[in-house]
Design a binder for this molecule. Structure first.
Ligand code: BG6
Length: 496
């Protein structure tokens, strides 16, 4: 085995899915505070009303907020992110457990509305700043390097409901102010940063994920909105990178992309190969700007395809060049199969998964195709295209766990999934990929982003909480906890 010395083994969480304390410590609201739970069959809904008081619910993470809508607090709904797993009050216990496993890195996010409850606020919220300082100090105590995401799906709500969403260029300045605040505040405590989690998610609509769910007209509207928003996020990300390097030359900042390059053509039919090439261009769309510092040629075709006449200030090109990231990070769960030929086989039908069923791999209970070799493939494709260090910052199996009478949890299926993915990363390293970190997703059970369920568990640490908010929130170690400890101790050599 060949994981390099100093390889960052660890785990990852996000503020909105674990902190809870949604209205404590001076925090402002975000859309997840108004998003209900769903399931593999039922989409989550952000509860909204339009200006005439009519309900206009939509899962705004995927579709964005309909114009003129406000968040609506429905007393008959359960909002799981509001309490999360109470990391806000229990982070010391949780970090001690991560340290017991030997974590070298802990990926977490700062909740922007904890720092600026409204994006346009002039001064940051001291309680929010203090909270993350204690969290980072706790990590340092155990020699754990924090990897900090600046924005993981929970932007201040006013951006969407008052300021015209990320389509408004003023939000770039608000984000830069926020980034400069935290980069200055945590100098010496943090070294690695990510700007936007899974920045490419708004593009999912354009890639066909919503085919059959929305009209083509709606899909084109989502895509036009996505390209305009993303452009501003690219500028904001580049400005944050520039700020980071100014504030501390030791800072390293990465992009964070959902899925890497994780699709295959359905067959060697030339049309399938072309369709897959186009799907992969969607996967490259964001990192091309964030890592290479420029839009690639195909971007114009994409804009045109959804009817977008897109022009932007020329100075942005310079900002992209100067503010390119230092490393590439991505989440990896599954692969998909692409064809647009109508006679092709069965579709997957899971949550947040599009495309055709791959007969050569197995699927999780949520319809996510498990494919360790796809990780080796993605790592090679990414590294060969961009040539910068790579981190896998999310990977894992969302599964139902059973607590035995004696309290033990035998999650051998999770161990099996992770073992194969670690072996695939090892192969990629032998292929020559400069892989420097692996932080498994949901190292402690937390609220699922896609479905809002608690029962879709990823953790090495079990949290006693169910899908409707019952449970003590007590933590306990699963079998995978002891297994991952051995993996880390042996620097990836002992996978048994
Ligand atoms: C990624 C997100 O999409 O996948 C996480 O960055 C999310 O926030 C993870 O939790 C797994 O998805 P899910 O829907 O199973 O929670």
């Amino acid at each position: 085995m060949s994981f390099p010395k100093g390889f960052y083994w660890g785990g990852a969480v996000a503020a909105n899915q674990c902190e809870g304390a949604w209205n404590e410590g001076g925090k402002g609201p975000s859309s997840f505070d108004y998003t209900t739970a769903g399931s593999v069959k039922k989409a989550r809904a952000t509860t909204l009303i339009d200006k005439d008081g009519n309900r206009k619910d939509a899962f705004v993470l995927m579709t964005g907020i309909p114009q003129g809508c406000q968040f609506y607090d429905d007393p008959n709904e359960y909002y799981p992110n509001r309490t999360g797993i109470d990391f806000y009050h229990r982070y010391k216990e949780d970090i001690a457990l991560f340290a017991e496993m030997g974590f070298k890195m802990f990926r977490l996010s700062i909740c922007w509305p904890r720092i600026y409850p409204n994006s346009f606020d002039e001064k940051p919220n001291q309680e929010g700043l203090d909270f993350y300082r204690s969290v980072f100090e706790e990590c340092k105590k155990y020699g754990i390097e924090p990897l900090v995401t600046m924005s993981h799906f929970d932007d201040p709500a006013d951006i969407d409901v008052e300021h015209g969403t990320w389509e408004n260029r003023q939000i770039i300045d608000m984000f830069e102010k926020y980034a400069r605040t935290i980069l200055t505040e945590y100098k010496g405590l943090v070294k690695y940063w990510l700007t936007f989690n899974e920045i490419n998610i708004p593009l999912f609509a354009a890639t066909g994920m919503f085919n059959g769910m929305f009209s083509q007209e709606d899909i084109n509207a989502f895509a036009r909105h996505a390209y305009k928003m993303l452009h501003n996020k690219f500028v904001a990300s580049a400005k944050a990178v520039i700020a980071a390097h100014e504030i501390d030359p030791e800072y390293k900042v990465g992009c964070m992309i959902a899925g890497g390059v994780n699709s295959y053509p359905y067959s060697c039919h030339p049309q399938d190969v072309i369709d897959n090439m186009i799907t992969q261009q969607y996967a490259y769309y964001c990192p091309d700007v964030q890592v290479r510092g420029a839009y690639d040629a195909y971007a114009k075709r994409m804009w045109k395809q959804c009817g977008l006449e897109f022009d932007y200030p020329k100075e942005d090109d310079e900002i992209f060049k100067k503010g390119h990231v230092d490393f590439y990070s991505f989440s990896y769960y599954n692969t998909s199969v692409v064809t647009n030929r109508p006679d092709a086989a069965e579709r997957v039908g899971g949550n947040m998964t599009a495309g055709i069923k791959n007969p050569y791999i197995e699927y999780s209970d949520w319809g996510w195709g498990m494919d360790p070799s796809g990780l080796r493939y993605a790592l090679n494709e990414i590294y060969n295209r961009y040539g910068v260090p790579v981190m896998v910052v999310e990977n894992g199996l969302g599964a139902y766990d059973k607590v035995e009478e004696d309290g033990s949890i035998h999650d051998d299926y999770r161990i099996e999934y992770l073992r194969k993915h670690i072996a695939a990363m090892n192969d990629a390293i032998n292929d020559g990929v400069d892989l420097i970190a692996y932080t498994t997703w949901g190292c402690i059970d937390l609220i699922s982003a896609g479905t809002g369920e608690m029962s879709k568990r990823y953790g090495f640490i079990y949290v006693d909480r169910d899908d409707v908010g019952n449970g003590t929130l007590d933590r306990s170690r699963k079998d995978s906890f002891f297994w991952y400890k051995k993996v880390i101790e042996s620097n990836g050599e002992d996978l048994d």
